[in-house]
Design a protein around this ligand. Structure first.
Ligand code: ATP
Length: 213
């Protein structure tokens, strides 16, 4: 199939399609019209058609979309047919919460190791994962097939750690440290800043006048 560049905006919307289609699938819905999907997702039908046309248009005139097929195809586009092994670096509140949250497994993403420098945390077991000394991380990466590093360290430490992990061969970073990591070509970074999201909520509440002064 001809490879076509898909815009970042469309890619950003795909997880939402995936979630809604997953819910429909779980409810036993086999097909859905773009109109029904549109009112469910509060996105225009034409936006849905445009988005899904990027992948060869899985809809059929008079039939709508086959929920299972579309769910699987979007899953493939999102890389969910690949398995990604992840390590967590920094096992503070955020790091340990992510280790405890096992749902990433259903996306093919498995946390297989956790690292910290704090001697009070090293040796602790969280959700079956033993926290190891960060000095062991290079050795661990050599021995295991690690695809993604989840960074839940303070922002001051994140850049240095990321550069070190790149040298060990890590190519994907899920960065929760409060700084935007830029690691050069061939390295993929998804910066997740929960506080940015909270600030957007705070702004919206203020601008809609639903906040107490
Ligand atoms: P959180 O921010 O997740 O709530 P916290 O407030 O408990 O965590 P932070 O100071 O943000 O702690 O640090 C997160 C974790 O990162 C801590 O467990 C800390 O020991 C660890 N950490 C700090 N520096 C490094 C480093 N250079 N390498 C590995 N782990 C580190």
């Amino acid at each position: 199939m001809e490879k076509k560049e898909i815009s970042r905006a469309v890619i950003k919307r795909l997880p939402r399609y995936y979630r809604y289609l997953g819910d429909l699938k779980a409810q036993g819905v086999e097909r859905i019209s773009s109109g029904d999907l549109s009112s469910l997702m509060k996105v225009t039908a034409s936006q849905i058609r445009q988005d899904l046309n990027n992948f060869g248009g899985f809809g059929q005139q008079g039939y709508g979309y086959n929920v299972n097929y579309l769910f699987n195809e979007i899953g493939k586009i999102l890389g969910l047919d690949c398995k990604n092994n992840m390590i967590v670096v920094g096992v503070g509140n955020m790091g340990s919460a992510l280790i405890k949250y096992s749902s990433f497994r259903s996306y093919g993403c498995d946390i297989i190791g956790a690292f910290d420098t704090n001697i009070n945390l090293i040796g602790k077991t969280i959700n079956g994962i033993v926290v190891q000394d960060y000095s062991e991380v290079g050795h661990f990466i050599k021995e295991h097939n690690v695809d993604i590093a989840v960074l839940t360290v303070p922002k001051e430490a994140a850049g240095h750690i990321a550069e070190e992990l790149v040298k060990y061969g890590i190519k994907g970073f899920w960065n929760f440290a409060y700084t935007d990591l830029r690691l050069g070509p061939g390295i993929v970074v998804e910066n997740v800043h929960l506080s940015d999201s909270l600030l957007r909520l705070s702004y919206s509440m203020k601008s809609k006048g639903v906040v107490n002064d």
